[in-house]
Design a protein around this ligand. Structure first.
Ligand code: PRP
Ligand code: ORO
Ligand code: MG
Length: 196
């Protein structure tokens, strides 16, 4: 699947939104990739995650477990795991707190795991996911996402494979361009961001 094919899936699903968005990192952007417009369509999700699984297998070899940060990572993590012949687990937060593996999930000794994210903007959520797995005995060999919107600058602490790299501007709250500041801001994701 080419980068253009991937972007066409997002465009055709109505997942490319314009407005004023507060992102998980606290940065603001005029563009939001509404991944749930993809994940609510099993056929589109299957196409994208099949391609992601292929890239993961080519780059990292055998994968036993896919681990994803909730909520956005759960559906693509499961579908990508299905194509890899792997198990799918996820980390989740107490409201406002750090990620942790619960529900009896683990990364046992001798297993090879990959983190699967939906979108990478700064890499913060994938880094937090990795940090939450520090006590697990298995090996976290890499990370993957459908779209890396960081221009390749997202830092995860693992090699990252992606179907598409975009460089979409994002701004600190005190450095908004006037056309963005003029629009009301919405915060679509599940991370609680404290407001001043
Ligand atoms: O690379 P980052 O700067 O961390 O941004 C990307 C993250 O933001 C979104 O999650 P969000 O915390 O908004 O919640 P969600 O998964 O529930 O959508 C998305 O699912 C990624 O996890
Ligand atoms: O950085 C984010 O929070 C983010 C960006 C984006 O385009 N889509 C998304 O779901 N989250
Ligand atoms: Mg997320």
């Amino acid at each position: 699947m080419s980068p253009d094919d991937v972007l066409a899936e997002f465009r055709d699903a109505g997942a490319l939104l314009e407005g004023h968005f507060v992102l998980s990192s606290g940065l603001h952007s005029g563009v939001f990739l509404q991944k749930m417009a993809i994940f609510s369509d099993p056929v589109r999700t299957e196409r994208l995650c099949r391609a992601l699984a292929q890239s993961i297998a080519e780059r990292f070899g055998r994968i036993d477990i896919v681990v994803s940060p909730a909520i956005g990572g759960i559906v693509p993590g499961y579908e990508t795991a299905r194509h890899l012949g792997a198990r799918a687990v996820f980390v989740e937060r107490d409201p406002g707190g750090p990620f942790s593996l619960r529900r009896g999930f683990s990364i046992p000794a001798g297993t090879r795991a990959v983190i699967v994210e939906d979108i990478v903007t700064t890499g913060l959520s994938a880094r937090e996911c990795l940090a939450s797995l520090r006590g697990e005995a298995g090996e976290i060999v890499g990370a993957a996402c459908l779209i890396d919107r960081s221009g390749g600058r997202g830092e995860i602490g693992l090699p990252l494979v992606t179907l598409v790299t975009l460089d979409i501007p994002a701004y600190p709250a005190d450095a908004l361009p006037p056309e963005l500041a003029a629009l009301p801001a919405v915060k679509p994701g599940s991370r609680l961001i404290p407001t001043a």
